[in-house]
Unconditional design. Structure first.
Length: 340
């Protein structure tokens, strides 16, 4: 069979990314132009600045992805693009580029769900991995426990009632003066701290064993910082980072592995930006080992936003016959498992 070469585009937040992926699993190029330094001075992503930067970068990034893959549009089978969830202005830049290419070349267009892309990153990092499995999806905007029944088939069994895990990392990092993006900075600082120094709370939601709530632990950190400041005591930031991180990753790992056990899955897959977190990986490994479950997570470059994951998810859509029209629109609050 002829290989399926997908040119994938991802612009849902502050990374302008393009990639060429063959048959969903082989990466020929992975170009990511990060805007992090641009947004750092504002303490977070400024949507208007993000979309303007995407406009500037999108063509060079796509050209570079083709060049590194050693391909022209003639070699490409289909064009894939993230259409949601994400920042609407950012999504529209990637979508307009993808639609223009599809129209000009006559190649099929495939819209991809950003979060489903995050899960698919694991298929690239682990060529042996196949659904079904239990999955924890943790990013700046999402914290879900999901049963991945098949490629592109999801059932949500746990969700956050307030902040996403990554959002909590970013907010706590700001409060202790680490700046944006907070997750990697807390991860690094926590290595110098004692994770049992401060007992931050772990929220349980009645009758929803796989749901999360992170606003309580975030407020507890803010209260702790205030209380120490009022008492004139010096705060040990590394201890705060380590204790906060422990409270979050303990809950994430324990609930995911408990869900896998209850539903009888022997594979647990974590994905999204927070899947980079070293303490989460360690904790999840520890719990999985105890239950004889195999744990998967992508390599760090495929955990945070990239277009490889979009090219991978698109391949499985492509072989199922999914094709989109040029009327494909951005859906900023697209839900997991929801179709366009
Ligand atoms: O998946 P992603 O790149 O973008 C979204 O789709 O949201 O995730 C970004 C999030 C940010 O909140 C960032 O702080 C968090 O992932 N993150 C981390 C780490 N690396 C990135 N959180 C904890 N530890 C990390 N090492
Ligand atoms: Zn993401």
């Amino acid at each position: 069979m002829k290989p399926v070469n997908i040119l994938a585009i991802e612009t849902s937040c502050d990374e302008t990314a393009a990639a060429v992926v063959v048959n969903g699993r082989t990466v020929l190029s992975n170009i990511i132009s990060s805007q992090v330094p641009l947004h750092t001075m504002y303490g977070g992503v400024v949507p208007e600045i993000a979309s303007r930067k995407h406009v500037e970068k999108i063509c060079p990034v796509i050209n570079e992805a083709l060049k590194q893959a050693g391909m022209t549009y003639d070699d490409i089978t289909a064009i894939a693009v993230t259409y949601g969830p994400g920042l609407v202005g950012s999504l529209l830049v990637g979508l307009s580029a993808a639609k223009s290419i599809a129209y000009a070349t006559g190649k099929p267009l495939i819209g991809v769900h950003h979060i489903e892309g995050h899960v698919a990153a694991n298929y690239v990092s682990h060529p042996d991995l196949e659904p079904p499995f239990m999955s924890l999806i943790v990013s700046g905007g999402h914290s879900h426990i999901v049963i991945v029944k098949d490629y592109g088939e999801f059932e949500i069994i746990g969700r956050t009632h307030d902040d996403a895990a990554g959002e909590a990392f970013d907010k706590v990092a700001r409060a202790i003066g680490l700046g944006y993006p907070g997750g990697p900075k807390i991860d690094k600082l926590a290595r110098e701290g004692n994770c049992n120094a401060i007992a931050f709370p772990r929220a349980h939601i009645e009758d929803c064993p796989y749901d999360f709530s992170f606003s309580g632990v975030k407020s507890a950190v803010l209260n702790y910082l205030n209380q120490e400041q009022m008492a004139g005591r010096e705060v040990n930031k590394a201890d705060v980072a380590a204790s906060f991180q422990e409270a979050v990753v303990d809950v994430l790992a324990a609930r995911t592995v408990a869900a896998a056990k209850e539903y009888g899955f022997k594979q647990v897959v974590i994905s999204g930006g927070v899947a980079c977190n070293s303490a989460l990986r360690y904790k999840a490994q520890e719990f999985c080992d105890k239950e004889g479950i195999k744990l998967y997570y992508p390599e760090p470059i495929l955990c945070t936003d990239n277009a490889v994951m979009i090219g991978c998810a698109a391949y499985y859509e492509y072989i199922r016959g999914v094709r989109d029209g040029l009327d494909l629109n951005a859906i900023p609050n697209l839900k997991i498992g929801e179709r366009k």
